[in-house]
Design a protein around this ligand. Sequence first.
Ligand code: FES
Ligand SMILES: [Fe+2]
Length: 402
Amino acid sequence: MASQDSIAPVDPAAITRALAPFGSSRMLPPEAYTTAEVFEWERANFFSGWQCIGRSADIAKAGMQRADRVGDTTVLLARGEDLVLRAFANVCRHRGHELLPCGGEKTARAITCPYHLWSYRLDGDLFSAVGYDEESAFDKSEFPLRALPLREWHGWIFLDPSGAAGSLDDHLQGLEERVAPYSPETLVVRGSHEYVIEANWKIIVENYQECYHCPAIHPELCAVSIHQGGENWEPSRGAWVGGWQELQPHAATMSLDGHSDSLPISGLTDLELRRVDYIGVFPNLLISLHPDYVMTHRMIPLSAGRTWVECSWMFPVHATEQPTFDPAFAMDFWDITNREDWAACESVYRGLDSGFAEAGPLSPSEEAVYQFVTMVARGYSGLPISALAHTPGTSTNERVST
Ligand code: FES
Ligand SMILES: [Fe+2]
């Protein structure tokens, strides 16, 4: 499943340039975005470790099961009678049939292989193998499903299909205090869009991490948000980058005219009520914390030049119970803004794929892009991806993935 080669097939001199101090560094070289070799390496090394695979609420009841493609493998999720969500390799211990077809869902009290009907409890233990009842030598306890590390964090499901990426707490180190005030686990999704973008997944993350482009392509965004009015956070020990931007004085939130049809999230500070936080969790979850809703972009890279993105909007329950509640104020605004961004990302991809592109410099306002690019560059070199992971005294693992 995972690559044996911990060093990416990217020119080492280009990686060194990407890791130079901010102000003198360069972006990753074009081939990092456009070639199948680098894409496959990333899938085997970045997308084999911790990543977001959806929302807990979508698989909330005991007995619910779902098979998903994650990285270059498929996994089975099952919610137990104890309401614990578990992940398993989607492979029967008998002769390897898939337990559910990829993309399939069902609700049942057992996980039953459709080939010869071996049945497993929702915690993965084998309890029934047809025809073996008389075979005293057969020990069912030797054939449980292979469990994979899974954690639910503020209502998002994180999975490590490699089983070797260390602790999620290390991966998200420093992020809890940023996200917890918004209690995302209590919010309810009231809208979702899917997009397929003809661009490399890293271009989408880089675009998300800067507003240098905002005056040029986002008139709607600049009408409600002060694009120079914000800061990026210092690099952390975790595998994430982010920053915040102030709302314009008249705007209650990000919508076309700044009005909200939701209500503020309970418990936010005056500061949090006047800004939007933008957080990129490596590798595939972008979290945008607004005063009255949380938006996420969850990405699945399909190839070097194609990325599936699910954009979801979630709101406080007390707001959705208002008769006037309508998620369109947030969804319409961000759908327009998303499409402006996707057009830019697709153009960047075509430019990088033109044969003429070279790794460009970063402007002073693209520091969060620099943080992301250096995470990728460290990962390409076989190093821990987070900026401070190698600092003495940290507990971060040697690598983000195998
Ligand atoms: S392969 Fe699953 S029961 Fe035979
Ligand atoms: Fe944008």
